[in-house]
Write a protein that binds this ligand. Structure first.
Ligand SMILES: NC(=O)c1ccc[n+]([C@@H]2O[C@H](COP(=O)([O-])OP(=O)(O)OC[C@H]3O[C@@H](n4cnc5c(N)ncnc54)[C@H](OP(=O)(O)O)[C@@H]3O)[C@@H](O)[C@H]2O)c1
Length: 331
């Protein structure tokens, strides 16, 4: 068993880094110990804001601190491979933002490195660890909904990013499928597994990043998952799982903290499940990482390396079916 308190280092000081800094305050057996940025000034500002003892002006310096146990990677998608390799090569455990990397080849490289270095590696697919989504999986697996016939999921919002920022920038691997569509695809994978057939259509910007996409997956037994994502409109962010006995509804924003509703036919009955969170919901994935590391595990059973690999393969196929190519990443 490793030491009881794990020291976290946050790599990157953007939006989600701040969300995780808040969540880490309630994670057991943890200390938010260091932050690293490309800029000395940003590192110090972030450290002051979140009361973090150590601030480093390069990512290299952060991962070289011998007291840091685990690095949380919060950089744009295109950098996950490079940043996670940097950390693992220094013997650090890694919790890396989604997508774990841009394509199958990159995810395989990360898995191989984690296995070689015997360090913990997990994709920060935070929804998987929320009590709400755990309940969804439990209800489906218990047969409460009957046989699943159809799943729908949407994730749309009007992004205020400029064209050079990460949502729209092809060099940063922008586009909806890797950024927010990943949640829809995760839900379909969690509930239905690997699809048999994939069809997709996308609106691409002048850089080639998808700004609105729709994708439909076919499974054996004539089951369909119908999904879409957009950075252009504030459409409802809801998901539904339709079974032969009941329909499960996840209201806006379905991938976030919130309730689960199960509606049974003939109108009368609706069960509602509600959940409390300690911070903002991101504490569950961080707690899972800490618990695994303290138990001597290098991957999570809830979201394993193979889960990340299968998810990225489905995303590769979805992108390929509608012509989304990341020139610096598709080999
Ligand atoms: N789980 C979730 O709910 C969730 C939500 C949002 C985002 N994310 C994921 O988290 C990652 C970061 O997203 P974010 O919204 O936090 O992005 P962001 O606000 O743009 O921050 C990204 C940070 O990465 C660093 N960085 C390094 N190279 C960069 C470059 N070339 N351009 C821009 N930033 C660069 C910067 O930190 P320094 O300047 O300090 O080095 C920057 O502040 C993405 O992979 C995304 O998928 C997850």
């Amino acid at each position: 068993m490793e030491k009881r308190i794990l020291k976290w280092g946050i790599l990157g000081t953007g939006r989600i880094a701040g969300v995780m800094a808040t969540a880490l305050k309630v994670v057991e057996n943890s200390e938010l110990y260091a932050v690293g940025s490309r800029s000395e000034q940003k590192a110090h500002e972030f450290a002051t804001q979140y009361k973090i003892p150590k601030a480093y002006g390069t990512y290299e310096a952060l991962v070289s601190d011998p007291d840091v146990d685990i690095i949380y990677i919060a950089t744009p998608h295109n950098l996950h491979l490079e940043n996670a390799l940097l950390a693992m090569n220094k013997g650090k455990h890694v919790l890396c933002e989604k997508p774990l990397a841009v394509n199958e080849k990159e995810v395989r490289q990360l898995i191989e490195k984690a296995a070689e270095k015997k360090v913990f590696l997990m994709e920060a697919l935070w929804s998987r660890f929320l009590p709400r989504i755990i309940k969804v999986k439990e209800l489906v697996d218990s047969g409460e909904l009957g046989d699943i016939r159809m799943l729908t999921a949407a994730f749309c919002f009007k992004s205020l990013h400029r064209p050079e920022q990460r949502h729209f920038n092809i060099d940063l691997c922008g586009g909806t499928i890797l950024d927010i569509g990943i949640y829809n695809i995760f839900l379909s994978y969690l509930i239905l597994g690997k699809p048999q057939e994939i069809s997709s259509m996308a609106v691409l910007n002048n850089q080639g990043a998808d700004t609105t996409s729709s994708y439909t997956f076919m499974y054996p037994n004539e089951v369909l998952a119908i999904m879409h994502s957009s950075f252009l409109v504030d459409a409802p962010v809801a998901a539904e799982i339709h079974g032969t006995k009941a329909t499960l509804m996840l209201d806006d924003r379905w991938f976030n903290v919130g309730s689960v509703r199960v509606k049974y036919p003939e109108g009368a009955k609706e069960d509602v499940y509600k959940f409390d969170v300690k911070a903002n919901g991101y504490e569950y994935e961080a707690q899972e990482a800490v618990n695994c590391i303290l138990a001597g595990k290098i991957q999570s059973d809830l979201w394993s390396w193979n889960n990340s690999l299968e998810l990225v393969c489905i995303m590769d196929s979805t992108r390929s079916a509608c012509g989304i190519i990341y020139p610096k990443h598709d080999y």
